[in-house]
Design a protein around this ligand. Structure first.
Ligand code: PLP
Length: 341
């Protein structure tokens, strides 16, 4: 068995997603998303989000972010995001590529969160024609360092976005974990908070692959299907992305999976707080815990077979839990850690 707190994409497919995938495989279906699974999954999203949004499905998060940002921007626009944002640090320039050159403007802020002040600073730094025109604010919920924007923080960002006529994009690679953490409705932290477009990850929530892109501002979705096709993101057997989504949404597994991951991370965080020589560097508000620990201890844990990343976010050891993490795994990790200290 692989011992890891590496990422939620190390985990396999959850039973509910797999069950619906098998059901979809029980008969042939219409290709390119013109099938019933895809239509129904889109309807489920509209119910869950209490919104008549446009829904699209793509293979992965980089495509979801890049293509949706490209639909919100012209090539001469810019996107304000946190300096630790996945779109900046982990997408190999795909947002700039997909948008034919829109520039990312990087802001800072504690705990991986963009602040209204940082947004204003970037937007007002230059207003002349020689600098790309700010058009979008992109925020990641939960953030890259396992923190969560509160409703108040989202409202403050919305107010700043309105002041400068900026649209809001949300990278929801761990959106379900944010809903579980805040205990709010999906609508509350998206369109009711001013979010125009959400990229909602199924992959990290328990699917084999697949992300949903929700356009709450339907105008932004104009011709989006063509953009997906041109980018190689139109799945011809789309029903095998949309059916597992149905499994997550109809059964409620999307939220249960996130709740379980968050509970394991909470437990891991509590256990780590009692270990001397280990320091948490961000509040663990969802399914990730970031800690600093001595290099030899990191090496010993790795030698024992534990996998985790040390280069993500602001450095330190990143420990991520997922839908199938168990408390026993947390206990085993803590026991190993203590034995090396
Ligand atoms: C995982 C992740 C993505 C998507 O990554 P892909 O590998 O392209 O699927 C996007 N944003 C964040 C914050 C992520 O953690």
């Amino acid at each position: 068995m692989l011992k890891h707190f590496a990422s939620d994409n190390y985990s396999g497919i959850c039973p509910e997603a797999l069950e619906y995938m098998m059901q979809a495989n029980g008969m042939d279906g219409i290709a390119y998303g013109d099938d019933e699974w895809t239509a129904k999954a889109a309807d489920r999203f509209r119910e869950l989000f209490e919104s008549d949004c446009e829904v699209f499905f793509v293979f992965n998060g980089t495509a979801a972010n890049s293509l949706s940002l490209a639909s919100m921007c012209q090539s001469y626009h810019s996107v304000v995001c946190h300096e630790l944002a996945h779109i900046e640090t982990d997408e190999c320039g795909a947002p700039e590529f997909a948008s034919n050159g829109a520039k990312l403007l990087l802001g800072s802020g504690p705990n991986g969160k963009l602040t209204p002040e940082a947004i204003e600073h970037l937007v007002t730094k230059r207003t002349d024609i020689h600098y790309p025109k700010p058009k979008v604010v992109s925020i990641t919920q939960t953030t890259e360092v396992g923190t969560v924007y509160s409703l108040d923080e989202l409202a403050a960002i919305k107010a700043m976005a309105d002041r400068y006529q900026l649209k809001i994009h949300m990278d929801g690679a761990r959106f379900a974990n944010a809903v579980a953490s805040l205990d709010v409705s999906p609508a509350d932290i998206t369109w009711r908070s001013g979010v125009d477009v959400l990229c909602f990850s199924g992959t990290k929530n328990g699917m084999a692959m697949g992300e949903a892109i929700l356009f709450f501002d339907r105008k932004l979705a104009e011709d989006f299907g063509y953009r997906c096709k041109q980018a190689g993101q139109l799945a011809s057997k789309m029903r095998f992305i949309s059916a597992p989504w149905m499994g997550l949404l109809e059964s409620g597994a999307w939220l249960r999976n996130a709740q379980r991951a968050n509970q394991c991370a909470q437990y891991l965080s509590e256990q780590l707080q009692q270990v001397e020589g280990v320091k948490q560097i961000f509040p663990a508000q969802a399914n990730a815990v970031f800690v600093e620990m001595p290099e030899p201890v990191i090496a010993a844990l790795r030698a024992k077979g534990w996998r985790f990343y040390t280069f993500i976010g602001a450095g330190g050891v990143r420990l991520v839990t997922s839908w199938n993490t168990t408390m026993a795994e947390v206990d085993e990790f803590i026991a190993d850690l203590k034995s090396f200290l």
